[in-house]
Design a binder for this molecule. Structure first.
Ligand code: SF4
Length: 252
């Protein structure tokens, strides 16, 4: 099998893993114009998109008396979350969903909030959207077990409504502390709520895609939430483009 065939096979496998039923091949290599020698062609440009926003909230040292900032492990954060009553979402939850994954994770996925199945199980991204996330991660050769997966709010909003501003404000110190302890190489913000929270902006998801943002210096890539992909399969291709950027950063 030639290199080209191997590349095409790998690409088709990734498309299949993402659930795509159409074949979209990457742009072919640029052709040389008559008289142009390979030595004169431009070196390949970086595939990374331009830099975007940068959000650098104060670190825990400024709030050392806060129990969240005193935590030294992800398990300690989960223990605090399990007893948390800082916002009204505690009233209707079955289980808290602090997030899961190894403390050594280089990739952190941030979603919006737990849904029904997550609330029942205490685990993030289970159910159909979770299965799709697992496929998306597999498409960039990242087994789910190697990724830390969590949400902006750790308790389920009733009827799966969007988390409200006061709920996000109450809960986000847990997320920021998790990221502080994990120190990942890349954060993948899935959905508008995650993107706006990680970047402290009201810009739309569409405006935030295709840039390399920063959260405390860590690259943040913005893409669609898997639940949105289930509603609109046309967003699978742009999601593939986004996660590929995350993969490029992880490989660099
Ligand atoms: S959503 Fe967050 S802040 Fe609100 S009760 Fe749950 S853990 Fe506490």
């Amino acid at each position: 099998m030639t290199n080209g065939q191997a590349l095409a096979l790998q690409y088709l496998e990734q498309q299949r893993a993402l659930g795509g039923n159409s074949v979209i091949l990457p742009d072919p290599e640029p052709r040389l114009t008559p008289g142009e020698s390979p030595g004169k062609s431009e070196p390949p440009k970086s595939d990374l998109p331009p830099p975007g926003l940068s959000f650098d909230p104060p670190s825990g040292d400024l709030f050392a008396a806060d129990p969240v900032q005193q935590t030294r492990s992800l398990a300690e954060i989960a223990t605090l979350v399990a007893a948390c009553t800082k916002c009204k979402l505690c009233e209707s939850r079955t289980n808290t969903v602090p997030g899961e994954g190894p403390a050594t994770a280089r990739l952190v996925v941030v979603g919006e909030g737990p849904g029904r199945t997550e609330d029942e199980t205490g685990r993030p991204f289970v159910g159909r959207a979770g299965e799709l996330l697992t496929k998306i991660l597999a498409a960039i050769d990242f087994p789910r077990e190697q990724v830390f997966i969590c949400n902006v709010v750790k308790c389920r909003p009733p009827e799966n409504r969007l988390p409200q501003y006061d709920e996000i404000a109450a809960c986000v110190p847990y997320l920021f502390r998790q990221i502080e302890l994990l120190k990942p190489a890349v954060i993948l913000a899935m959905g508008g709520t995650a993107a706006q929270t990680m970047l402290n902006t009201k810009q739309s998801l569409g405006a935030l895609r295709n840039q390399v943002h920063r959260f405390r210096g860590i690259p943040v890539i913005v893409t669609y939430h898997p639940a949105a992909l289930l509603r609109n399969p046309n967003w699978k291709r742009p999601t593939w483009d986004d996660v590929r950027i995350a993969r490029l950063i992880l490989d660099s």
